[in-house]
Ligand binder design. Structure first.
Ligand code: TYM
Length: 323
């Protein structure tokens, strides 16, 4: 049976890109497969967060993941740094990863631009740790958004190299694609991400979302209310595709083309449908926040379960490589 592994960084709060690109798949896959979902705090260190803030972010992310529907009875939810074998395997993997391959990683280039004053070695070897996250569980499927596909290709390359040198040890993990692998940001220019400040937060109150939507770019040719619009190129309309049913999408598209509705009407309808998804998640998160002890227990239990599997893999790796 396939094993699933995926991770998410505790940097900033969850947005609908994370939800559509990853979490929805996590919730679906936990019904069928053995799943390991990790809050990757070691990865977050590459951006040098304040210690106290990092700890809070880990907890808040756990709450967000649980509120989105990940069930700790079905999936193993844990904090990466509680399983030291991730770092150990990452070292072994880094000894079989070529600098040239790491140099090609587009996320490294992007992130280096964002934090030009702190281009640390962790940022460079980040995908090696990511490969270890997956393979310490010998997982063969990884539900992630499109921005992680290149990292997965590198993980496959590492596996091929390892297996080639030491004998068949790891499966080659493949991506489980999301229905929305690349959700665009409110600017309509780049993917939704917290660092660009173009996100719709999963926990946002409806008023805040509507305020952001008001400023969101639509069809640039639709300057006046009476101009006919082109939903097929409108970023806001693309969100309807994720949150509104087929009939609503069709109606909005037709009314936009004929200019019988304006962009504000379209955005209001979207905000309502978004809230149908966000509202219940926000409420569940609020309930979870009231019981921090239970969150700690879930994470500790997840850490114990993850460590048991990680140790098995690491024992095998030590034997194979001669440690
Ligand atoms: P992170 O924390 O940036 O994002 C978490 C997940 O959300 C997806 N995602 C998106 N999907 C669609 N549209 C978007 N705009 C969007 N923004 C984010 C990401 O693709 C990801 O699936 N390196 C990873 C974390 C990681 C990991 C792993 C993932 C560490 N180890 C092992 C899988 C397996 C990251 O930074 O994701």
């Amino acid at each position: 049976m396939s094993r699933i592994m995926s991770g998410i960084q505790p940097t900033g709060s969850l947005h609908i890109g994370n939800y559509l690109g990853a979490l929805l798949n996590w919730v679906r896959l936990q019904e069928e497969y053995e799943c390991y979902f990790s809050i990757v705090d070691l990865h977050a260190l590459t951006a040098r967060p304040e210690p106290q803030e990092l700890r809070l972010a880990v907890r808040e992310l756990a709450i967000g993941v649980l509120a989105s529907g990940v069930d700790p009875e079905r999936a193993v939810l844990f904090v990466q740094s509680q399983v030291p074998e991730h770092s150990e395997l990452a070292w072994v993997f880094s000894c079989m990863t070529q600098m040239g391959d790491l140099n090609r990683m587009t996320q490294f280039k992007d992130k280096s631009q964002f934090q030009a004053d702190n281009i640390n070695a962790g940022l460079f070897t980040y995908p090696v740790l990511q490969a270890a996250d997956i393979l310490i569980y010998r997982a063969d499927r990884v539900p992630v958004g499109e921005d992680q596909v290149q990292h997965l290709e590198l993980a496959r390359e590492i596996v091929r190299r390892f297996n080639g040198i030491y004998g068949q040890t790891f499966p080659e993990p493949i991506v489980v694609p999301a229905k929305a692998p690349r959700v665009m940001g409110l600017d309509g220019e780049s993917k939704m991400s917290k660092s660009r400040g173009n996100e719709i937060g999963l926990f946002e109150e409806p008023e805040e979302t509507m305020k952001k939507l008001r400023g969101a770019k639509t069809d640039p040719q639709r300057l006046r209310r009476n101009d006919p619009g082109r939903p097929e190129i409108c970023n806001v309309f693309s969100y309807h595709g994720y949150f509104s049913d087929a009939a609503t999408c069709e109606q909005i598209a037709a009314d936009c083309r004929s200019a019988s509705i304006g962009c504000v009407d379209c955005k209001q309808s979207l905000a309502g449908n978004l809230e149908k998804v966000k509202g219940p998640i926000r409420e569940r998160a609020q309930e979870l926040r009231a019981n921090q002890g239970a969150i700690d227990e879930i994470l500790n239990e997840g850490g114990n379960r993850a460590r048991a599997v990680a140790k098995e893999t690491m024992d095998l790796v030590r034997e194979r490589v001669g440690l």
